[in-house]
Design a protein around this ligand. Sequence first.
Ligand code: SF4
Ligand code: SF4
Length: 267
Amino acid sequence: MRLAILSQRGGVGKTTVAISLLEFWKAPLYELELGFPKLWPAEPEFRETVTWRLSRFDRQQCDLCEECVKNCQFGALVREGEVIKHRGFRCRGCGLCKEVCPRKAISLKEIKLGEIAKGEWEKVPVYAARFLRGGTLEGVLWSHLYEKFPLGENAILKAPLGLNGENLQAVKEAESLLLLTTPSRAVEEISLFAEIVQGIGLPGAVLLNFSTEKTKDLRVKAESKGLWWAGEIPPLDDLSHGLLKAYPSVQDIFVRLLEPEKGGYNA
Ligand code: SF4
Ligand code: SF4
């Protein structure tokens, strides 16, 4: 089972839930967060810089002949009015556009994209990707992490919730999805999550980080969209000893998440 734990924002307890699941299940964890990942290993046993080649354009030289657009096999180039637009997240750095440009208007630049690392948490492998530049290339970094450390039969993927290509790239190998949300934003996040779950045809569950008087309505909303209501984590002041110790019944939720056919939430 490859279970992806998703949230749209920070501060909803995703790291706490992911670590608790790792402690309970002992499955490798893939940290696929944007920015600086919370589970980046303090002392990585493996660490590698990931670079990427991008094409650059000298717009003064370009006469808009569109040879580069026609030859780019990855759809990274498109003419928009009087400029050639470069969609960096699609560029594979193959250099063909540079070769075919009659005006020598294109150069290739190598950029430092980020880093990947392997460490351990409670003797269980943790794989993490760290993005060093803003933009839309997160999916490239995550693909690199998966190539270097292929997913096994069991894995926890800790990833952002979103409909864009990079976010979907992070969870494309998942077999089941869990949304972690809080009452203040649950309505919008459940709708977005349901769209993703239906779009990719996987079982989806919702876990609410602390219950309120709205919980019943949120549950009805989630179930009306075909999602399984995994439950609520009660407000807890002290999680310093871990969620499992503070709230042992979360184990029942984990058991059902790991066996969706028994949990009754198959898509
Ligand atoms: S380097 Fe290759 S992938 Fe990138 S824009 Fe040029 S032709 Fe397209
Ligand atoms: S091939 Fe060169 S000159 Fe032609 S549109 Fe592309 S960048 Fe401009």
